[in-house]
Design a protein around this ligand. Structure first.
Ligand code: SAH
Length: 233
């Protein structure tokens, strides 16, 4: 019997990389135990991906002491790295899909959500409109051996027609309405997971399911994301 399978004994905290400081390993496991499990994250694959993806490495060393806190953080170019719970929740919303599903991510940012999606086994294509961020994500993901199928610098509002159809499109930037290109590029029965801004300025996380020419809707509650903007920088 391995140590991990002994009943009642928690799985040991494994470092994500051979040189990882012990405090980072412990902070990541505490994040899973205190922020994700009590709020209902239950898919063992998502829990494992969150336990093994070194969030701090997507941030400058000065931010490591707060890398696993229960909040988003500022990254370069005025953008953010999402709160760990939001990354886990958005990842878990993909769980109905097959394990090797083709997923288009809009808003690579620093690449943390990308790494979690790659750890889950999806074929990930990720778009970022700010070239500087995409370059940083490429470097970190490459060092972690977590590069997705494709990292693109382009306007994600237009999707990526050459790779369509996708099983899902997941956006970490907030749209005013679902861009028509996303609906065109998702397969029948596929998912669009995105924050959407409603009248009054509030943002709601939505999961849409493509059903012929209409979209089935699940409203997952209030969230805060940076806006989905046109063009590239
Ligand atoms: N996925 C990141 C969150 C990044 S914040 C994480 O793991 O934490 C959202 C990102 O969406 C920003 O980097 C922003 O530049 C990007 N973005 C906004 N509008 C976009 C668009 N039209 N196409 C591609 N990326 C966009």
């Amino acid at each position: 019997m391995t140590e991990q399978s002994q009943p009642g004994k928690p799985a040991p905290s494994e470092p994500a990389t051979p040189t990882e400081p012990r405090e980072m390993t412990e902070a990541r496991h505490t994040m899973v135990e205190k922020q994700l499990l009590p709020r209902g994250i239950a898919d063992p694959r998502v829990i494992q991906a969150m336990k093994t993806t070194p969030r701090h490495l997507f941030l400058p060393a000065e931010a490591w002491p707060i890398a696993y806190g229960d909040h988003p953080l500022a990254i370069a170019a005025g953008q953010t790295i999402s709160q760990p719970f939001i990354v886990a929740m958005m990842s878990e919303l993909l769980s109905p899909l097959p394990e090797d599903a083709k997923v288009l991510e809009i808003g690579t940012g620093c690449g943390y959500q990308t790494a979690v999606l790659v750890a889950l086994g999806y074929q990930v294509h990720s778009i970022e409109r700010i070239a500087e961020l995409s370059r940083g994500a490429q470097k970190t993901l490459g060092e972690l051996d977590s590069l997705p199928a494709e990292l693109l610098v382009s306007d994600g509002m237009l999707g990526n027609p050459s790779g369509a159809p996708y099983d899902a499109i997941i956006s970490t930037a907030c749209a005013r309405k679902v861009p028509p290109a996303w609906i065109d590029q998702v397969r029948e029965g596929g998912l669009i997971i995105t924050p959407v801004k409603r009248f009054g300025g509030r943002q709601y996380l939505m999961r849409y399911t493509k059903q012929g020419r209409r979209l089935g809707k699940d409203d997952l509650g209030l969230v805060r994301f940076v806006p989905l903007l046109r063009g590239v920088e």
